[in-house]
Design a protein around this ligand. Structure first.
Ligand code: SF4
Length: 328
């Protein structure tokens, strides 16, 4: 039997990313954006882990940190049990080939003057996987896999619809034969009907190749459709992690309950009493002390205003960061 650590594709511990927001006139008067502020979770091999939260909560930053596109301010990122901070140049190169990302707006990640053949094929050349005819064959195969015609490789990206451009972005990732993919709001810029096609394609590829996905979205319906386990983020912190079934049936964090209450649920048996979430999401510059959610939480007590609750394991793969739950 394999050890538990080996089943983890990715693990992050105490992950932080703070950006400088502005510099004052005087030395030391910096302001910091606490985009990600101490996050712990892992993604199993072959698992789809959904990261959900409102815009600006830090979920996309987590994805970029895991892929090494940004350097963390603090914390550790492990890939296959190995700390990526300890990897040498060759190991990091291999890691970059194995881990990839699909963005919300694929067109902005394309060079508009390149043919699709070069957009999809360039990483194959960069990583020394294939060139020339062999590269074109791999590009054609990847385009077919995502439902495009191999002849499309001789066109430019502006000749395609938004959904087709997202398929090209997926083909570019697929050609590298990765084992971990960050999907950063991959359908939120698309029409509803196209969204469903892209989600089905991503599910199909996951089943066929057993990728691990970090699926980032603000949309709880999409997250429910795609994920095995889900983490709920709020102002740089992870507030709740649970399997999809557990989170939607038994949400324990007040913020998760508000989020779920705000979603239109077609099944009347799943509708709960509708509670309105008051107030605005606080700024990640100078976020509230204690529990980040306390200014909006109807259950807040003194301890909530002073101490951030730990993400507590309550069994059944369910973790919650709330003083109410930890006192149970
Ligand atoms: Fe509300 Fe306190 Fe729980 Fe935060 S810790 S969600 S403020 S009850």
């Amino acid at each position: 039997m394999r050890s538990k650590a080996v089943t983890k594709m990715v693990e992050v511990r105490g992950l932080k990313k703070h950006f400088i927001a502005e510099r004052g006139l005087f030395f030391g008067s910096k302001k910091w954006i606490l985009a990600v502020d101490g996050v712990d979770f892992h993604i199993e091999k072959g698992e789809i882990f959904g990261l959900v939260g409102e815009s600006g909560c830090g979920k996309s930053t987590v994805g970029k940190l895991i892929l090494g596109l940004w350097k963390p301010t603090a914390g550790r990122i492990y890939s296959d049990g190995q700390d990526i901070a300890d990897m040498d140049g060759g190991e990091l190169r291999k890691l970059r080939r194995r881990m990839s990302i699909v963005y919300q707006h694929p067109y902005s990640s394309f060079n508009p003057r390149m043919l699709v053949r070069d957009i999809v094929g360039r990483p194959l050349v960069t990583f020394g996987i294939a060139k020339g005819r062999e590269k074109d064959e791999l590009v054609a195969k990847a385009l077919k896999e995502v439902g495009l015609n191999p002849e499309h490789m001789f066109r430019y990206p502006h000749e395609f619809s938004g959904g087709q451009q997202q398929r090209i972005a997926v083909a570019r990732v697929l050609a590298l034969n990765p084992d971990f993919v960050v999907l950063d709001e991959p359908t939120s810029a698309l029409d509803m009907s196209v969204q469903a096609h892209i989600l089905n394609l991503l599910s199909h590829l996951h089943q066929k190749y057993n990728f691990s996905y970090l699926f980032i979205s603000h949309d709880l319906n999409v997250i429910e459709h795609m994920s095995d386990r889900i983490g709920v983020m709020y102002v740089g912190k992870l507030l709740e992690v649970a399997t999809k079934e557990e989170l939607y049936k038994n949400p324990l964090h007040p913020y998760t309950r508000f989020l779920l209450d705000a979603v239109l649920v077609p099944n009347p048996r799943r509708r709960r009493k509708h509670e309105i979430l008051k107030g605005e999401v606080p700024s990640p510059i100078n976020p509230p002390p204690g529990c980040r959610f306390h200014p909006r939480c109807p259950y807040a007590t003194d301890i909530c205003r002073k101490e951030f609750p730990e993400l507590l394991d309550i069994g059944g793969k369910h973790q919650v960061a709330c003083h109410l739950v930890s006192r149970k």
